[in-house]
Design a protein around this ligand. Sequence first.
Ligand SMILES: C[S@@+](CC[C@H](N)C(=O)[O-])C[C@H]1O[C@@H](n2cnc3c(N)ncnc32)[C@H](O)[C@@H]1O
Length: 251
Amino acid sequence: MSLKTKPTFFELLKQSFRDVEGGYDLLAPKFDQSPYITPEVILIPFFKKLREEKGAFDKGIDICSGTGAASVHLVNLCQKHFVALDLSQEMLNKCAMKVRRLNVEIDLDFVKADALDMPFNNEFDIAVSFGAFGHILEKDENLFIQQVHKILKPGGHFFFITTGKYVWWSLSLWKQRLFNLIIGMRNLLISPKFIMYYLTFRLPAIKQKLESNGFIVEVLDLEFLSDGFVKSDLTLIKDFKMVKAEKPVTE
Ligand SMILES: C[S@@+](CC[C@H](N)C(=O)[O-])C[C@H]1O[C@@H](n2cnc3c(N)ncnc32)[C@H](O)[C@@H]1O
């Protein structure tokens, strides 16, 4: 069977009985054809803006890189060293293949690790993360933010996208609530748990959490070239904001 085909319903079902690491290991061969990969329509304006905001820098990390949707953009902005980090070895292998194919002449590392326990200190000028905040429980959000703060150099930045609150009649809101209800029930009944909840890591609450953990935060508008929904969760592309969180030089 061609690996260019989308994952079937049964493959997604099988994946859903595993934990996050095992689930993504199974999904990796077809992840790029799944609705869960972050689309170029978001990545292109994001990295254009990141280049405008940050200019050139030495060392960057794509946290929860998956198969490297954002890594292939970020690596082109790093002048010395690029790191992709993910829990799933199979996702990282795909990421490494794609990034290495670009033949960039900088150091590359593909690190299998938990974003809640990253093996770096004061090393990165830039950290980005896409499509993974749903895998971090709300109770772990402060820990995740502290980890990002720890791995950045003073003056380094964490850039990501998120949305604000939805109006109560929003289709996205109800679809995401329904998903959360189903996954909550699944996690009550089936072990190991698959941690994936929508409606987390959002503005304005996440801005306050970043600030209370020492970041200086700015919310930026992005110029999207097209509209429509992100397939995986029905979020309107135009509702995404870019968040720029700076680890101050002196604290
Ligand atoms: C939906 S995919 C997104 C992949 C890619 N960033 C993208 O935007 O297309 C989520 C990724 O996060 C990884 N992940 C989830 N929880 C993680 C954790 N605690 N530490 C590291 N990686 C994690 C998964 O293995 C998976 O590759």
